[in-house]
Design a protein around this ligand. Sequence first.
Ligand SMILES: CC(C)(COP(=O)(O)OP(=O)(O)OC[C@H]1O[C@@H](n2cnc3c(N)ncnc32)[C@H](O)[C@@H]1OP(=O)(O)O)[C@@H](O)C(=O)NCCC(=O)NCCS
Length: 172
Amino acid sequence: MVRTRNAILPDVEQIHAIIRAYSGNGMLLPRTLAELRENVRDFVVAEEDGKIVGCGALHLYGMHLAEIRSIAVTPSTKGLGAGRKLVEALLQEAGRHEVTCVCLFTRIPEFFAHMGFSLAKRDDLPDKIYKDCVHCPAFNACDEIAMYRGEIPKHSGVRDLQIPKPLVKLTV
Ligand SMILES: CC(C)(COP(=O)(O)OP(=O)(O)OC[C@H]1O[C@@H](n2cnc3c(N)ncnc32)[C@H](O)[C@@H]1OP(=O)(O)O)[C@@H](O)C(=O)NCCC(=O)NCCS
């Protein structure tokens, strides 16, 4: 029986190992141990017989937007409902904060569509673009699909957004 609970600092090494298993092939963004310790309160873990078998995080931008990140289960636990329980726990956490829109960026939109998420336009989620995408080498060639559940935010929590335009190749 898989259960979810909020993560605590002693869980960080196991969370790190689960994420690392999927970050080599680009399925998940890598997270350092230091980053995980600082943000452990964002995380929920899935446990089976006292062993951590999955994790996921909810990053809060404000009541208008939160983002599901770093969601994964161990290979031997796939297909047993842990992923759904993690998504449900993170949505419940968003609800506790009265967040009106939860977004995510993924290469497996079928799974999240199954969890009630719809396709979003990247431009509808400027908080995310400002926080992460502008620093990403794949900014102009991103193959992740933006999805959301709830109401697309009518405004951003970020003032004076300076989102760079795609680079134009100049020929002389
Ligand atoms: C995505 C992931 C978290 C799903 O976890 P899981 O525990 O295997 O999923 P569940 O068993 O809870 O599946 C819930 C439902 O989604 C469906 N599902 C699972 N993976 C799916 C996929 N890749 N595509 C479509 N549907 C999927 C299941 O069939 C199940 O349907 P049901 O409830 O109607 O029976 C897991 O496959 C994983 O860790 N993947 C690698 C990391 C990753 O890609 N994370 C997402 C990054 S954005």
